[in-house]
Ligand binder design. Structure first.
Ligand code: GLC
Length: 566
């Protein structure tokens, strides 16, 4: 099985008791169809280091993003989520924040942010920032004060404990990035807790002052025009105050040489939901959206993140969907049906900066471009909000480093060769076929993959059959077709093991989507009569895939999206 995210397994196995699903309620200013803005918006994740470099220092920046807003608008993007661009020592490439209310000079200035925000607003593009809530950088002023003495004002903003004995950490918890989750600090003779790197100390969310300060950070950005946050690593906000040892899940060692622990006492504690409810109340004051990095074991657990009466996250990501790591109609059907019946609005993702790109997870090495279109047709036509990942729309390929000395991601440096890290899915955006793919005139911080010669924005914009043009067509349809905007999801042909087909039904209109997940041609029955329709006509299809009467013929990995008629 291809690995998607390295620490996912920890979550999948650490289940919390089931909580009932609650009736769906939406919030935020509804559009004409009664949907809050974020339900019809298409989101797009930008890894700022790698998107567009305006000053040619080899690292992308905010002015670079601003220069590409027309591209994003034309593609069909309504909201951009920018991975952390705040001041940071960059130990975890921005996920170690040393000041929540500023911009790292490598990405620009607050004035550049304001420029980006105003340019985005002109184009009706919302800006979502990445809020690293679990931990700060060890260079944040709060932590610098906290570590300075046992009685310093910020001491209790982090989690400090005595060891069990000389050289022995307080308990057996291991960091998800390898080694003990406790680091001894000789200045005060105590250990501090870090779920991620030692340079990322966990905040103590049991301290009300932490909560107040972090809630104020969100207000500060909302006032600056931000439309919401993607909340990083929410699962790990709280720890058992008694610091009980975690149980060991299975014998053996992981890629970092650590035991396979179940995060029973340091993951998904019920107190997380109090914080999410609080953040949501603030978000509601600004009609903002909260997206969650929520690694859930099942949909019951996902429902907990929507909250009672939908009072927590509007968009907790359904990573179970990304874990269907093969083109299996049965598995997708099962997962889609489960999330479609969830207590909140579904959120679909197929790639991000932590997981192997969908192009490689689903590609068979021969038909990857067709499969990339098939995956686009799938998650962009479901009922729910999709979050794209930069470069997915041109078929960017995961390109991991081949030599240990080239690895930038510390988990790759530590885990090599078993764990090569996440550089492969973070390579520079491929804009054209000039040197460095038009990303920079300097030396890019990560090498540009060789595929930039065949897969880049400039060339694909001229090629009607390209992955990019297909994405644009699907997104256009999704923004204009009322069945795709508002329709219910209804599976058809449920016993077909080769083709995934479903309807989106809205009042008396319906759209059918049929996706051939095999390398051989397939014919399917559209089940028109039982659903009250008599014929179908094509809206968008790949190759020669087409409807004839109540049948659809699909070419290998073919896509057919059609309209049904009464
Ligand atoms: C989240 C981010 C990941 C980061 C980690 C620690 O999982 O997506 O990139 O390394 O949090 O902040």
């Amino acid at each position: 099985m291809k690995k998607t995210l390295r620490w996912v397994a920890l979550w999948v196995l650490s289940c919390l008791p089931w909580l009932p699903a609650y009736a769906q309620m939406s919030s935020g200013a509804p559009d004409g169809g009664g949907h809050p803005w974020w339900q019809h918006a298409v989101f797009y994740e930008i890894y700022p280091r790698s998107f567009a470099d305006s000053n040619n220092d080899g690292v992308g920046d905010l002015r670079g993003i601003a220069a590409k807003l027309d591209y994003l608008k034309d593609l069909g993007v309504d909201a951009i989520w920018i991975s952390p661009c705040f001041p940071s020592p960059q130990v975890d490439f921005g996920y170690d924040v040393s000041d929540y209310e500023n911009i790292d000079p490598m990405y620009g200035t607050l004035a550049d942010f304001d420029f980006l925000a105003s340019e985005a607003k002109k184009r009706d593009i919302h800006i979502i920032l990445d809020f690293v809530v679990n931990h700060t950088s060890d260079q944040h002023k709060w932590f610098l004060d906290s570590k300075s003495s046992r009685t310093s004002p910020y001491r209790d903003w982090y989690i400090w404990r005595d060891g069990k004995g000389p050289g022995q950490p307080p308990n057996n918890w291991v960091s998800t990035f390898g080694g003990s989750a406790w680091k001894f600090d000789p200045t005060t003779d105590q250990y501090y807790y870090h779920f991620f790197y030692p340079e990322q100390p966990d905040l103590n969310w049991r301290n009300p002052a932490v909560k107040d300060a972090m809630f104020d950070v969100t207000r500060w950005w909302y006032k600056r025009g931000v439309s919401g946050f993607r909340l990083d690593a929410v699962d790990t906000l709280f720890e058992d105050p008694n610091l009980k040892d975690n149980p060991i899940r299975k014998p053996g060692k992981n890629a970092f040489g650590d035991p396979f622990e179940e995060n029973k006492y340091n993951g998904k504690l019920p107190e997380v939901h109090d914080v999410l409810r609080g953040l949501r109340q603030v978000a509601n004051e600004y009609d903002a959206v909260l997206i969650g990095e929520t690694w859930t074991a099942d949909v019951a657990e996902l429902n907990q993140y929507y909250g009672k009466g939908n009072n927590e996250l509007q968009l907790p990501m359904d990573f179970l969907f990304t874990m269907v790591n093969k083109l299996s109609p049965a598995e997708f059907r099962k997962q889609i049906a489960a999330v479609d019946a969830a207590s909140g609005w579904p959120t679909f993702v197929i790639s991000n900066h932590d997981i192997v790109r969908s192009y490689d997870r689903y590609g068979d090495g021969k038909h990857n471009d067709q499969i990339a279109k098939l995956m686009a047709a799938l998650y962009l036509t479901l009922r729910g909000t999709p979050i794209m990942y930069y470069g997915e729309e041109i078929g960017m390929k995961t390109t991991p480093p081949t030599r240990q000395e080239d690895v930038k991601d510390p988990i790759g440096r530590k885990g090599w060769p078993k764990e090569k890290g996440r550089d492969g899915e973070r390579t520079p955006m491929q804009w054209d076929d000039s040197e460095n793919a038009g990303f920079t005139k300097g030396t890019p911080w990560l090498p540009v993959p060789p595929t930039y010669k065949t897969h880049n924005v400039a060339d694909e914009s001229k090629e009607p059959d390209s992955i990019l043009e297909f994405y644009k067509s699907v997104l256009k349809l999704r923004h204009t077709n009322s069945a795709l905007l508002n329709g219910d999801y209804k599976a058809i042909n449920e016993s077909n093991t080769n083709v995934l087909s479903y309807l989106r039904v809205y009042q008396d209109q319906a759209v059918v989507v049929s996706l051939n997940m095999t390398d051989t041609p397939q014919n399917i029955d559209l089940e028109l009569k039982p659903n009250g329709f008599t014929s179908a006509s094509g809206l968008l299809a790949t190759g020669k895939s087409a409807a004839k009467g109540d049948q659809v013929s699909l070419e290998p990995y073919g896509v057919f999206i059609g309209e049904l008629h009464k």
